[in-house]
Design a binder for this molecule. Structure first.
Ligand code: SF4
Length: 188
């Protein structure tokens, strides 16, 4: 740290410099002057939407070496105008938390431990169960012969991190399969 002299005294800086009211450069410490934004070393920035709730605040996601390093509000957004609530402002932790699961985890019936599954195996298991449940619980018509054409054994329950386009596809897919219980938190 640089050695301070009498001329660095804020009152003298205030009287000698261009900040006579002492509300700017005259009272800014060397440490504050040397402070840079944590985004200053970013390789780039991508705009996105906060994954948490239906407000749909816009985010600026700064990255470096292929990793998210900071997420901030996007002032270009007509929805949020640069603001994020505390949850949205902390969403960098969603990307970088050491608790984040990055593999498919599966606990077999009656097992006491979880195990990793590769994604293809997990997807095949889900598809098999979906088809089987649809086949088993398909209702073609009611007891009076009126057309039902529905599958009561399958349903979709989404979450806040599913966006508008994904919801559109999920709704189309499940409705086409005959499901009528399809719920999700709305996204903009
Ligand atoms: S920043 Fe907060 S209010 Fe905005 S979308 Fe995210 S969770 Fe919702």
């Amino acid at each position: 740290m640089a050695r301070l002299t009498l001329l660095d005294w804020p009152v003298l800086r205030q009287l000698r410099g261009a900040d006579p009211t002492g509300r700017g450069s005259a009272v800014t410490s060397a440490r504050t002057r040397s402070t840079v934004p944590r985004t200053s070393t970013a390789d780039g920035m991508a705009e996105s939407i906060c994954p948490y709730c239906a407000v749909g605040c816009s985010q600026r996601i700064f990255h470096q070496d292929g990793k998210v390093i900071q997420i901030e509000g996007n002032p270009e957004s007509p929805v949020s105008r640069g603001r994020l609530c505390p949850k949205g402002a902390a969403s960098e932790q969603l990307a970088n938390s050491y608790l984040r699961q990055t593999t498919v985890r599966y606990r077999r019936p009656y097992a006491t431990e979880w195990e990793d599954l590769d994604l293809d195996t997990a997807m095949d298991m889900i598809a098999d169960r979906f088809i089987e449940a649809r086949r088993k619980h398909w209702e073609d018509e009611d007891e009076q012969g009126r057309s039902l054409r529905r599958a009561m054994g399958i349903a979709s329950l989404g979450g806040a991190t599913i966006d508008n386009e994904e919801n559109y596809l999920i709704k189309k897919f499940f409705t086409a399969a005959g499901a009528i219980q399809i719920e999700n938190q709305a996204r903009i």
